[in-house]
Design a protein around this ligand. Sequence first.
Ligand SMILES: NC(=O)c1ccc[n+]([C@@H]2O[C@H](COP(=O)([O-])OP(=O)(O)OC[C@H]3O[C@@H](n4cnc5c(N)ncnc54)[C@H](OP(=O)(O)O)[C@@H]3O)[C@@H](O)[C@H]2O)c1
Length: 308
Amino acid sequence: MRIFVTGASGWIGSAVVPELIGAGHRVIGLARSDASAAALTAAGAQVHRGTLDDLDVLRDGAEASDGVIHLAFKHDLAFSGNFQGAADADRRAVETFGEALAGSEKPLLIASGLLGVAPGHVATERDGHGSHAAVAAFGGGPQARWETAEFALALASRGVRSSIVRLSPTNHGDGDNGFMATLVGIARAKGVSGYIGDGANRWPAVHRLDSAHLFRLAVEKAPAGSTLHAAAEEGVPIRDVAEAIGRHLDVPVVSVAPEDAGEHFTWLGGFLGLDAPASSTLTRELLGWEPTQPGLIEDLDQGHYFNG
Ligand SMILES: NC(=O)c1ccc[n+]([C@@H]2O[C@H](COP(=O)([O-])OP(=O)(O)OC[C@H]3O[C@@H](n4cnc5c(N)ncnc54)[C@H](OP(=O)(O)O)[C@@H]3O)[C@@H](O)[C@H]2O)c1
């Protein structure tokens, strides 16, 4: 297949590209800068220059392909206080892909997230559709993004083989700059490795290479309207994560009171205390996905998060 990948130069995209090429597919990657274009060329992808705001570029990329994997997101905007703006741009991009692919039965994969899908129980692929109450608690931007994922699924009724991939909040691995790296940085700066309350709350986790494999299987064969879970581990207690970090940095492991989480963990404080276990049983059964990479604690124990 010839697959148009947005966010192909990002953390997950840069694992998806070799996964696709290695399986014999051709990749056209969206690149907004010379640096990203060079990285894509080096990875063996064809470059399609433009940004998420260039809707004609997105339409051309989709129409010229056998399917789309949409991973780009304006994290720079979202994490500098304008999540709504990032979510709005994302919505326009997905609408553009929907129009371009309508009636083609070509695949369209959208990245989504697992935090907040089913508070209080283990989230399955059947959860989280219809009610946005939990996600609404994160604010308008995350809720808008959630609605975009639902919109993408509904494109199945317009002849698009659309699916959403709900990613674990940590796609860990060597080179990670996300939640885990942030947590390590906070522990290093504060001289203590913290968790919130008793730290028994759990996060699902996946290695980014296992996520990349799931994206490939999904673009090849996920039925229209599939919700897929990129969760290799159902729930890793955050206290275990804090203990692993404490071990490697040789700092005390401490509980942080929920009311102090914002001060201690800054923006991460709003997420770290969530209990969000998630199953991927249905995803594994549907696609034959079997994660093979190290789990989160084993990955932390490999030491690469602590080399900086
Ligand atoms: N990483 C995780 O653990 C995780 C967890 C849950 C959900 N997700 C979601 O999974 C997707 C991929 O995440 P990631 O971690 O790979 O993100 P990332 O490393 O931040 O990569 C973002 C990608 O989007 C591109 N991009 C950003 N703004 C753009 C714009 N205005 N125009 C064109 N391209 C633009 C970036 O291009 P440049 O390389 O040029 O900057 C980069 O390729 C995102 O939707 C993310 O929210 C990730």
